[in-house]
Ligand binder design. Structure first.
Ligand SMILES: NC(=O)c1ccc[n+]([C@@H]2O[C@H](COP(=O)([O-])OP(=O)(O)OC[C@H]3O[C@@H](n4cnc5c(N)ncnc54)[C@H](O)[C@@H]3O)[C@@H](O)[C@H]2O)c1
Length: 312
């Protein structure tokens, strides 16, 4: 297939691209390198450095004959979305519409959209929310993701553009960026390996559904093949920041205790996901345990630090 991956130089998009290339697809990446990195992009994919809001994006559709799109390009920093909701909406909504308009005009059949389960359901102390729960995003980033989900419904109903919406938990793994939703893992791993202090904001009992990037890639590939709908993509379990600290401490051999600082306002205490639908309909289940995934992630950061030391 001919496939467009927007955000293919980013953390998750680059892993999806690697898998698509491995499966023999032709991939074009559109990414403006806002947070993505050249080193992430698969050399076998065509790379177009372009903003998804750019009118010239049409040229990319004209030149290729895309069967499907993985739409991952986004402003995905929750705090940034609060500071600058105009920018968030501009990239995430208007940029998204630009891609969808072209998808319809150039007869693309399917869009797999990277939404967020971590910001979609509000506080979840008493439950593991399923996809049919009324969404309750508490930040502009969550609102822009939800808006795109509704736009996708519109394009599906009016133009027959098939779509699958994947609401990811907090994705972690090699190449992850400290600014992302699971950024805490990249930050802790990097700082522990350098022997630096680790700061935990609040009591460290905040929990998240941390899902390994390899499992997220699998869900994306299955969503491409298996039809439409909205799916939570996570482990169905949740880990606290304190648990995360302890496991990373063991893996890295870090010798210090955490430094506790005042809680950050606006941060969710409990974010969880019900993942039954993804298991039933897409046949996906988190295959990588938290400890295994963290080991892989630490190894990646260890390698990065080694490379950097060699260059210095
Ligand atoms: N990482 C997570 O935990 C997580 C959780 C839920 C949802 N998501 C979603 O998954 C997607 C990928 O996230 P990621 O963690 O890989 O982040 P990332 O920042 O590594 O990837 C986003 C990519 O989009 C590109 N991009 C941003 N704005 C662009 C623009 N205007 N035009 C073209 N390219 C642009 C960036 O350069 C980057 O390569 C995002 O849509 C994000 O909202 C991520």
């Amino acid at each position: 297939m001919e496939i467009l991956v927007t955000g293919g130089a980013g953390f998750i998009g680059s892993h999806i691209t690697d898998r698509l290339i491995k499966e023999g697809h032709n991939v074009v990446i559109v990414d403006n390198l806002y947070s993505g990195k050249r080193e992430n992009k698969n050399p076998a994919a065509d790379f177009v450095k372009m903003d998804i809001r750019d009118k010239e994006a049409e040229g990319v559709f004209k030149k290729n004959n895309f069967d499907a799109i993985f739409h991952l390009a986004a402003q995905m920093d929750v705090r940034k979305s609060i500071e600058d909701p105009f920018l968030d909406a501009d990239i995430n909504i208007l940029g998204g519409i630009n891609i969808l308009q072209n998808a319809v005009k150039y007869n693309v059949r399917k869009v797999v959209f990277a939404s967020s389960g971590g910001v979609m359901y509000g506080e979840c102390a008493d439950r593991y929310p399923e996809e049919d729960e009324y969404p309750n995003p508490l930040c502009p980033y969550g609102a822009s993701k939800l808006a795109m989900e509704f736009y996708l419904n519109f394009y599906q109903d009016n133009y027959g553009l098939d779509s699958a919406v994947l609401r990811f938990g907090n994705v972690y793994g090699p190449r992850q960026d400290p600014h992302g939703e699971a950024g805490v893992i990249a930050i802790f791993a990097g700082r522990m390996l350098k022997g630096e202090d680790i700061y935990i904001f609040g009591d460290g009992k905040q929990v998240r559904d941390y899902v390994y990037v390899g499992d997220v890639v699998e869900a994306n590939i299955r969503a491409l093949k298996k039809g439409a709908g909205v799916y939570n993509i996570g482990t169905g379990e949740s880990e606290s920041v304190n648990e995360l600290f302890d496991i990373l401490k063991e893996i890295t051999g870090y010798g210090k205790d955490a430094v506790y600082e005042a809680a950050r306002s606006g941060e969710l205490q409990v974010s969880r996901l019900g993942v039954k639908k993804a298991a039933e309909k897409l046949g996906v289940k988190a295959g990588v345990s938290f400890k295994e995934g963290l080991k892989e992630t630490v190894e990646h950061f260890r390698e990065k630090i080694r490379e950097k030391r060699k260059q210095d």
